[in-house]
Write a protein that binds this ligand. Sequence first.
Ligand SMILES: [Zn+2]
Length: 460
Amino acid sequence: MANVLQTAPQDWKYVSEGGATIVFSYVGPSQPALDGMVLRLRKTALSAANLVHEVREWDFDSADPEDEPDDPSIEYQVKCMQRLIPAEHLPRLQTVTIRRSWLEAFSVFHNPARPEGRRIVDEVDLTKKKGVLATDLVGGHWLAVEIKPKWAFLASPTYLSDETKGVKTQTCRFCMHTHLRTQQGSQEITEYCPLDLFSGDECRILKAIHSLWNAWVASNATINNLKIFAEGKFLTPSECQLMFADRHAAGLDLKAIGDAFASTLIQPLLRTPLLRILSDLQRNLDPLDIEGLSKLWKLTESTIAMQTLQGSDSVPPYTPLGGRSPFFQSAEPHISEWIDFLDTYGSTDRPDAANVKPSPEDLRYFLLAYLLSATFKDCSVVVKLDFLQPYPQSTGTISSDSVTVIDLDPKKMSKLKGWEKLDAEIVRAYALANQKTCIDAWKSPQSVSSSQLTVPNRLS
Ligand SMILES: [Zn+2]
């Protein structure tokens, strides 16, 4: 096991931070357990109230590191994601022991490198006894391309309403959402369609890469779907010469650089099975669409309510999708329930999406399935590339670990209500648009044509 306590603060370099964690890459003397790894540490707010709360929750002077639970991201990845995604496409994650005195020296040394806006609100959580060591996907001597592919499939018509069926089975969710964003004044205008990226077809994947590139250039690298790093440095279009092996791209305009980028990136994307795996998972875990899930929720609640409250005149109002229903288990899933869910998902007796029953068991299954599908709709893929050549040539063999999926965090039940509202808003706005046709290359030919879920009129 790697021992970070024997490293010095200067053996690490500040990389980046989000709301909850901060990341450093190992740059110290070579040692196999740490070379090519990053250390992710939890942060805590600087406010005194928070500090008191944290201390009460975790008595750092007397506690045994073994008593502190592992970081939830490790548990979810090891116990759930590794059952769905081959290990070579997941970052290597490992829990490491840390100590307050080590963290204090570390924090003092690295604080000046942090953005001031961050420094004034939070700091490394000195009470933690564990950190996470993970594969450094962007910081080495290579180009790292981070793509957020988004929704990989067209909705199945089975449980869609007559108003949405035509739109949702013709245009993909991402393209519809782009339209809404544009209407709302977003500068993130893009031609990118995820169904091209997921198609497995060379011409269509190239089209997707070019669309991502054009939006990256037009937005000055602020789009959410494409990020490019050279040796860990986040690039903007004015720095594109750093993408080349000799660090300059004499005489090449952005279009020519985009062509070199696309012809290099297409190779690993064509070879990797990962995109197809993500597409299958998203589709198989979301067979009802949020509309069908919402119908199932209402129908299950009304069925149980009628059984429970027989003879009563007052039936309580329906709970919003994902809320706390008094009639069935609707709490946020715990890790043990995710494991049980995956047992069912992998078995032959999983609930049949073509014949859904308004039972608490079926409802719970499809709720968790939808949340898991949402994780795969929101993950990112990091591709390690050789630096570009000014004149495209076929690249050498790409090792199997060169395409990795990240940001696989569990999604919360409490998000469902907002997603349902957003879905309705997206489709409503798109119904009035000039509708484009997105081609779903993997669409199942035997979609069920009629809904088995008939919600009583007063519910729908
Ligand atoms: Zn599309």
